[in-house]
Design a binder for this molecule. Structure first.
Ligand code: BGC
Length: 390
């Protein structure tokens, strides 16, 4: 993404942050660890912080003065995490915080050492989008011992009581919106069918992946059971359709195998349920190379530029839009509430159990974008410019 795109994005970040439904109610603060002492923070041990996306501006507020926030992101490979990181950094700095933003190249060990450095570097709060939700228990014990509160960002961190809060989009709803889109587009309740479908979901180490999958399959499985949807590969259980690291190449090679084994004889494929855009891209690449039949409905998530372009070209039907500006704004608000000892705003205290208890959560609402509404959702909101999509 160009600096220009990013700066447009960031310039609109604050004003547009409430565009997509993120309203919620306050609940009593959970047992968040008390803020760490704010005396002298040693400099962050690593030099690898991503550069700020925009020129340094004087903070608009001094709310965070003297406080440092560590922001751990999984990878720069996917567009969304670059936006998440840039939005978080921009909004935290605008509130006067010092920020230590790190990307871990999807490598768990790298992320663990980045978090260690954030702890040693005097961060007062940690905001973490994990690579593997199960792998941070040990390092977060250190955070807990140092009384540093942790907010799990977008992905829940599992198996530890060191997570104070979770902020994300409603992940189950992402799946139901994908499933409902398929039902509505094919008029599955009335059409005779049968329709053919294949399924691709995400990384088994990402707690979100099962929520996406379950949300969609809870709606679609009854049609499989009645024979109106036929999965010719026979594979639609979560483990069979998971994609390691959410990688486009992995999704693509599985799609190529399926297409050559089950659709090379001219059978039409009507639906490919994909949990997100990186996997949808793999499926779209495989279709372009290996399939001549009727083009299927393909779902996605994130509204990545490449996928929105494909949507415009008729190669992807929809993508769930999760406005990363909104999530960042919510997390910055939660950081402030934690550090001021205020009640932290959450709107879900039931859904996200990480194995050590339910983590109080704030769920933003996703929406879907398709060819009919993408201009309104993505351009009018300032998320992209026309030029970005050319
Ligand atoms: C996020 C998705 C993203 C996927 C791959 C998930 O945890 O919620 O938005 O597409 O990871 O990075």
């Amino acid at each position: 993404m160009s600096r220009k795109v990013l700066s447009v994005l960031l310039a609109t970040a604050m004003t547009a942050s409430l565009l997509v439904g993120c309203g919620g109610s306050a609940a009593p603060a959970a047992d968040a660890a008390a803020p760490a002492a704010t005396e002298e923070a040693a400099p962050a041990a690593t030099e690898e912080a991503a550069p700020a996306a925009t020129e340094e501006a004087a903070p608009a507020s001094d709310e965070g003065a003297g406080m440092k926030v560590g922001v751990a992101m999984p990878t720069k490979d996917l567009q969304r995490w670059n936006q998440d990181g840039a939005n978080m950094e921009e909004q935290l700095k605008a509130a006067g915080y010092e920020v230590d933003l790190q990307y871990a190249s999807n490598d768990v060990q790298t992320q663990v050492s980045q978090i260690e450095n954030m702890i040693n570097g005097g961060c007062n709060v940690l905001v973490i989008a994990s690579i593997d939700g199960e792998s941070l228990g040990t390092v977060l014990e250190t955070a807990k011992a140092a009384n540093i509160p942790v907010i799990a960002y977008d992905r829940l961190i599992m198996g530890t009581d060191a997570v104070s809060y979770y902020a994300t989009f409603d992940n189950y709803m992402v799946g139901t919106k994908q499933g409902q889109y398929i039902i509505d587009t094919l008029d599955l309740n009335n059409a005779a069918g049968p329709f053919t479908m294949e399924v691709t979901t995400g990384d088994p180490g990402d707690n979100n992946a099962k929520f996406f999958y379950n949300g969609a399959m809870d709606l679609l499985k009854p049609f499989i059971d009645e024979g109106k949807i036929v999965v010719k590969s026979g594979k639609y259980d979560f483990d069979s359709v998971a994609t390691q690291s959410w990688a486009t190449e992995n999704a693509q090679s599985r799609a190529e195998n399926i297409l050559s084994s089950f659709y090379a004889d001219g059978t039409d494929l009507d639906i490919w349920l994909c949990s997100n855009d990186s996997t949808a891209l793999g499926v779209e690449n495989a279709l372009a190379a290996n399939y001549k039949g009727k083009y299927p409905i393909i779902t996605g998530q994130d509204c990545d530029v490449a996928n929105v372009k494909n949507m415009i070209d008729g190669k992807q039907s929809m993508s769930i839009f999760k406005d990363t500006r909104t999530l960042a704004a919510q997390v910055v608000k939660m950081v402030g509430q934690i550090l001021k000892g205020e009640t932290v705003e959450v709107n879900d205290t039931e859904t996200y159990d990480n194995g050590k208890g339910v983590v109080p959560s704030y769920l933003c609402e996703p929406v879907f974008a398709d060819i009919n509404n993408y201009k309104e959702i993505l351009l009018d909101s300032g998320y992209y410019t026309e030029a970005d999509l050319q």
